[in-house]
Design a protein around this ligand. Structure first.
Ligand SMILES: Cc1cc2nc3c(=O)[nH]c(=O)nc-3n(C[C@H](O)[C@H](O)[C@H](O)COP(=O)(O)OP(=O)(O)OC[C@H]3O[C@@H](n4cnc5c(N)ncnc54)[C@H](O)[C@@H]3O)c2cc1C
Length: 468
């Protein structure tokens, strides 16, 4: 590449600034480097520290460890500059001043049982078994992010990891890797967005991750996209969405509902907590020529202001959690103009089963959906009533969810090689297939149902059916 001789200022003399300055200068630019400190290197620094015996120890911090896979350009630079490196093992060791535990990771049994007495510590042995479960739960949570605002601390609590595991494994690990205080570590987000590619492999082109409504069953893969549109259209009809409707959507997904509402002439505000979903939804909406009618925002639904003719939320309540149901329904009520309509799609379970199982912690909580609770239709009615709302329509489609899940599962297994290429290992793939089959069985057996509900203010007369 040829670079014109230009005068360029580089601000900051850390590793990035120094590298940029070097490469630009090699390319023929006249470079001035500005550094606020009286030394170069930024985070990469060597500190002089006095040891207990009075010697001065020179301790490197910052840019120390690298590897060939993730740092190919850095290694090329090192070769070019003649910077020497040396092989090293990378492991972390932990010492607890409270209980005296000491171990080193990544050094096999010799590190894990550096003190033989550790083999007699029951909590420590349990901690070691929790590490695999932690990796699995973390991977699933990343893949199944639906915009939840999980912190690391809440993720660990919800998944039921022991306090000992948190204080003796996760906290030191995260604090060390990110050079942060232990309390800060627990506030870090547990999830970053990763999911679009995985979901695109097994969802239909509408990218709908919720139950479809089929014209006939059993259904084939080719029926799914139309069935997803049928589901959306029913909901929009239920909410009375048409030309000029001001619609709020809580939970954007990948934008298909907002897109179809805009095609009806509605103006749509859609909120999500997932940046990745927002970005893809915006792109799809712009591509369909509806960017002027739809705004997709990164926003907690509780922060939304204003009043809307209609509010729609598809399979979002399951992730809200029982403690927050009152807030959820109060917010729906607050955001609806007088005479407005709320249309929900919700997975439900029988009330008695919900009461009996709401404090249990099952496989699905641990590996697929940390937190949240599937409500019963009765719970929805009760919390709606408490918020001044009334359920006006309530239709179940459980058999349709079973079909939807079957089609997703078949697609997912057909595309195993592509799932694998995204980095999901055979254990994850088996787990995901099991989750889809397990959920399908729940709907086929009638243990689970999925419902479309119309809510209006209790004082509002029952609508005369709307444009359904
Ligand atoms: C304890 C620790 C261990 C780490 N270990 C590793 C590791 O093993 N491997 C690894 O890959 N990474 C590691 N990192 C991360 C790595 O050190 C950093 O990612 C990297 O050094 C960042 O380089 P940088 O140039 O982007 O930023 P910085 O190093 O932050 O440099 C920015 C520079 O800009 C200067 N500056 C800021 N504002 C101005 C201004 N207005 N005007 C002029 N100058 C300004 C600052 O003084 C600083 O010198 C570690 C970090 C820490 C803290």
């Amino acid at each position: 590449m040829t670079v014109e001789r230009r005068r360029i200022a580089v601000v900051g003399g850390g590793v990035a600034g120094l590298t940029a300055a070097y490469v630009l200068q090699q390319g023929g630019c006249e470079v001035s480097l500005y550094e606020a400190e009286d030394r170069l290197g930024g985070h990469a620094h060597t500190h002089d520290r006095a040891s207990a015996d009075g010697r001065v120890l020179r301790i490197d911090t910052g840019f120390i460890v690298h590897n060939e896979r993730t740092y190919p350009l850095l290694l090329r630079l090192f070769r070019e500059l003649g910077v020497a490196t040396q092989d090293s093992e990378m492991s972390m060791s932990v010492r607890c001043e409270g209980c005296g535990l000491e171990y080193a990771g990544a050094r096999g049994p010799a590190g894990l049982f550096a003190r033989p007495s550790s083999a007699l510590r029951g909590r420590y042995l349990r901690m070691l078994t929790e590490i695999r479960a932690f990796h699995r739960a973390a991977r699933t949570t990343l893949a199944t992010d639906r915009g939840d605002t999980l912190t690391l601390g809440r993720f660990l609590t919800r998944c039921g990891f022991s306090r000992y595991f948190v204080t003796h494994f996760v906290t030191p690990l995260v604090s060390a890797v990110w050079s942060c205080a232990p309390t800060t570590a627990m506030q870090y987000p547990a999830v970053y967005d990763l999911s679009n590619d995985l979901f695109a492999l097994f969802l239909d082109p509408t990218m709908s991750y919720s139950s479809a409504v089929f014209r006939k069953r059993p259904a084939g893969w080719g029926d799914l996209a139309a069935a997803q549109h049928r589901k959306i259209d029913r909901l929009l009809d239920l909410a009375g969405v048409g030309d000029g409707t001001r619609l709020l959507e809580i939970g954007t997904g990948w934008g298909e509902l907002a897109l179809r509402a805009a095609a009806r002439g509605a103006s749509v505000v859609s909120v999500t907590l997932s940046q990745e979903q927002r970005d893809l939804a915006r792109a799809r909406i712009a591509q369909a020529g509806h960017a002027d009618r739809v705004s997709v925002e990164l926003c907690d639904y509780r922060q939304v202001t204003g009043r809307y003719d209609a509010v729609v939320s598809v399979e979002m309540i399951e992730a809200v959690g029982e403690d927050y149901w009152p807030v959820y329904f109060d917010t729906l009520e607050r955001l609806m103009r007088p005479g407005g309509r709320i249309a929900l799609q919700a997975i439900t379970m029988p009330h008695a089963r919900m009461l009996a199982t709401r404090t249990t912690y099952t496989w699905i909580h641990k590996y697929i959906f940390p937190g949240g609770l599937i409500p019963s239709a009765e719970a929805i009615a009760q919390h709606s009533a408490a918020a001044g709302l009334r359920v006006r329509e309530n239709d179940g489609y459980g058999g349709h969810y079973a079909e939807t899940l079957r089609l997703w599962r078949e697609r997912f297994t057909q595309r195993a090689a592509e799932v694998s290429a995204l980095g999901f290992d055979p254990v994850f793939r088996r787990m995901w297939e099991f989750y889809l089959a397990y959920s399908e069985a729940g709907f086929r057996a009638g243990y689970l149902d999925v419902r479309q509900l119309l809510l209006t203010r209790a004082a509002t007369p029952a609508p005369a059916g709307g444009p359904r």
